[in-house]
Design a protein around this ligand. Structure first.
Ligand SMILES: NC(=O)C1=CN([C@@H]2O[C@H](COP(=O)(O)OP(=O)(O)OC[C@H]3O[C@@H](n4cnc5c(N)ncnc54)[C@H](O)[C@@H]3O)[C@@H](O)[C@H]2O)C=CC1
Ligand SMILES: O=C(CO)COP(=O)(O)O
Length: 346
């Protein structure tokens, strides 16, 4: 991957040895930056260094020759001005807590994680702010399958931060002939959109397993967007962010492809597998499973009407039979089409 602009080479760390961490690290290294990818397992790190391939998470994709891979956290972040954090939400706080004392003041910390923390409804940027001090914080989110990024498919994403200079730095280090980076100042909206869309990927994956047609997909994706915007408005995010790349862009992508792990979870459950079996079979993070629980709880608490969230929650966690849940959904109150306001559909 070649950068389309000349930038000075800077030291950048990517925390996370999974598919997205590897994709980001490869792009940044390809743009000529001194890039260190940190993965916690020393054996896996050694194997990636030897083979120049992350065989488990991105098989068949050559790692950039200059990409350094280490399991030593201090070595990874030493002298870095930018640190991307690509760690699943379940372990995000633990990793940020460990790295915090190793960071220089003013380091740009960028979350790429599309999830919500267990129990307390914190998003990843909240955790970055809580676990560190004196850092600059941003989030990266958009329609971005790791596999397609590394294969060089034309892709766009969003860097969100109130810090304009941070956005511009991240645009420079990631931009390439095939990767465009848009900016936003709505951190909450961009981050919330990335977390919410995973829920609906489970729903559409399940619809695919039940051999539902394109009409059904379109129905689900469109009403999912209405639900996401309604929830956004209720919790104080800007619903307009949801019609951008990080919202409807990522929703369409993840709800339309079995490259999505969340979609595959829904597909396997739709084919009759138990949820735990489906998650284990995929073997990579499917953030939507946890996010469904948290959003259902929050929506109930706040009185936000989210019929698709309630339906998928009933199937995954309340042992309600799928046909019964679908029947309830289809016979629910028929309301306005173009409306996301809480007041209209409640
Ligand atoms: N894979 C994709 O296409 C995209 C993923 N994302 C987001 O990126 C985040 C990370 O996802 P992936 O890289 O895809 O996940 P993954 O499942 O491919 O890899 C997760 C990585 O995190 C590591 N990990 C887990 N717990 C850890 C801990 N306690 N300490 C250190 N490392 C730990 C695992 O060993 C693994 O290397 C997720 O929130 C996902 O939603 C965002 C955009 C695209
Ligand atoms: O967020 C993604 C693409 O933008 C990846 O989706 P999954 O986590 O469902 O694979």
């Amino acid at each position: 991957m070649t950068s389309t602009e000349t930038t000075e080479s800077i030291a950048i760390a990517v925390l996370g040895g999974g598919s997205f961490g590897t994709a980001i690290a490869n792009i940044v290294a390809g743009n000529g930056h001194d890039t260190r990818q940190w993965m916690r397992d020393p054996e896996r790190a050694a194997r990636c260094r030897e083979l120049r391939e992350n065989q488990y998470y991105l098989p068949g994709v050559p790692l950039h020759p200059e990409l350094q891979i280490t399991s030593d956290l201090e070595q990874a972040v030493h002298g870095c001005r930018i640190v991307f954090v690509a760690i699943p939400s379940k372990s995000f706080r633990e990793v940020v807590h460990s790295v915090a004392p190793l960071l220089a003041a003013g380091t740009m910390l960028i979350s790429t994680t599309k999830g919500v923390e267990h129990d307390n409804f914190h998003l990843m940027s909240d955790i970055l702010r809580e676990e560190t001090s004196g850092m600059r914080v941003g989030v990266l989110s958009g329609p971005n399958f790791a596999k397609e990024i590394v294969e060089g498919h034309y892709t766009a994403t969003v860097i969100a931060s109130e810090d304009e200079e941070l956005c511009s730095s991240i645009q420079k280090v990631l931009h390439s002939e095939t990767f465009r980076i848009y900016s936003s100042s709505d951190v909450f909206g961009v981050e919330l959109a990335g977390a919410l869309k995973n829920i609906y990927a489970i729903v559409t994956g399940m619809a695919a397993a039940l051999e539902r047609g394109q009409n059904t997909s379109s129905l689900l994706i469109t009403r999912a967007l209405a639900e996401m915007m309604r929830f956004a408005e209720a919790v104080g995010a800007d619903p307009m962010t949801f019609i951008g790349l990080a919202g409807v862009g990522d929703l369409i992508l993840t709800c339309s492809s079995d490259l999505s792990r969340n979609y595959r979870v829904g597909y396997l459950v739709g084919k009759g597998r138990a949820l735990e079996e489906a998650v284990a079979e995929i073997g990579q993070v499917a953030e939507g499973v946890n996010t469904v629980r948290l959003i259902k709880h929050k929506a109930d608490e706040m009185g936000v009407y989210m019929p698709l969230v309630s339906a998928i929650h009933a199937i995954l966690f309340e042992e309600r039979p799928i046909p019964e849940v679908i029947r309830d959904l289809m016979s629910g109150a028929q309301t306005f089409d173009v409306a996301y306001s809480v007041k209209v559909e409640k």
